[in-house]
Design a protein around this ligand. Structure first.
Ligand code: FES
Ligand code: FES
Length: 153
């Protein structure tokens, strides 16, 4: 079937199999490989992107379900050569180790801060429950989220 998506502001259309997952559309059709595949079972959050402004795990959404929608991936966050505040905070607070979970963490935090611009530490931890870091670097990830919230005030 034909699927048309706006990805990071660019329209992309393709004939795809009905069963193609959004994460595979992003990686294999749109050629945007920042969105990682960890579990493919909605458990790890490595594939988190924004679909029409809401964070979704792109391994649980069919490309066909997203047809006509607007997707933002990690590649779409920086603007005018400037990192997004959450990316900057990850850099400042050393919020990554191997970096595999990082794109999903960053997108989940962007979504979290949109809903709650001044979260408590507990709210950040709760908000990130769907995202797993195998390096167990949660402490600095949470610090990065709080730093980004502070920078946004
Ligand atoms: Fe989607 Fe793990 S790859 S949640
Ligand atoms: Fe390695 Fe999170 S930094 S999985």
């Amino acid at each position: 079937m034909k699927v048309e998506l706006t990805v990071n502001g660019k329209e992309i259309s393709a004939d795809v199999e009905d069963r193609l997952l959004l994460v595979h559309f992003l990686r294999d059709v749109a050629d945007l490989t920042a969105t990682n595949i960890g579990c493919e079972t909605t458990s790890c959050g490595a594939c988190t992107v924004l679909l029409d402004g809401e964070s979704v795990k792109s391994c649980t959404v069919l490309a066909a379900q997203a047809d006509g929608g607007s997707v933002t991936t990690l590649e779409g966050l920086a603007a005018d050569g400037q990192m997004h505040a959450v990316q900057e905070a990850f850099h400042q607070e050393h919020g990554l180790q191997c970096g595999f979970c990082t794109p999903g963490m960053v997108m989940a935090i962007v979504s979290l801060l949109k809903e709650n611009p001044s979260p408590t530490e507990a709210e950040v931890r709760t908000g990130l429950e769907g995202n797993i870091c195998r390096c167990t670097g949660y402490h600095n990830i949470v610090r990065a989220a709080l730093a980004a919230a502070e920078a946004g005030k």
